[in-house]
Design a protein around this ligand. Sequence first.
Ligand code: MN
Length: 308
Amino acid sequence: MKIDIIGVPIDLGADRRGVDMGPSAIRYAHLQRELHKSGWEFNDKGNVEVAIAEMCSINEPNLKYIDCIVPMARRTAGAVATSIQQGNFPLVLGGDHSIALGSIRGAARHNPAGTFGKIGVIWIDAHADFNTAETTPSGNIHGMPLAALCGFGDSRLVNLWGGADTAPVLDPERVAVVGVRDLDEGEKKNLRKAGVLVMGMDHIDRVGMFKTMEKALAQISKNVDGIYLSFDVDALDPRHAPGVGTPVTGGLTYREAHLACEMVAETGKLVGMDLVEVNPILDVQNQTAVLAVELAVSALGRRIWTES
Ligand SMILES: [Mn+2]
């Protein structure tokens, strides 16, 4: 397996500037060296072309910068689809979480069955990103990608192309959100309606990360051709990940985050991964980007000790 590194330097989906520098920060945190140490081959594909805020305008306050986000998502979907078609593993570096509109669409569209709805998703995040234009308190599109992938929300986000690909990308019953602790009221209703499995911090407190991930993986890997991991680093407690735009206290510990990634790797079904919301402007000595690199290698299968 060869890893394709794909950067998507976009901050238009978020309130805070700075996550557009996430791909640079993650590369600077020795991503290539760490992949090499584990013996994986990789290709850095560079960055997907994205507009900057000064080139775009907020025409719709409930869908800020949608006119610039949709083309970014289309390009990202194309890059990820190409990677998977070539038998490679796309490692997609954000950027804010709106990049998942493209990355997961690209992965689902070109799964081995060639149809939508055949991949399961583990979405590790402090938030569920399940708002629509109607429920969003901020208008920021990085709070909407998972809803759109499940078929909820504005048709331009649900269906980037129009035309034939009108079915939702994901079956919501093959989606689990892990680590959440900050949900909006309308978003909760959307999640219930969709039937997404929500494993909040309260659940992790009670049963632990191991059982939480066992349940999540069991649910989302039924009848799927692959699993996609979308990892928002704000899932971690801000003690470990200070460099994020929307920190929420009470998050995952360092080891809980690694355990989740290791368990995803053990399924042997992982087809691609996002690492999003690293904000070097708010970070301390690039430690959040270093953490992102460590989580990626865990998800790819590096172990502290493996008996052979
Ligand atoms: Mn997110």
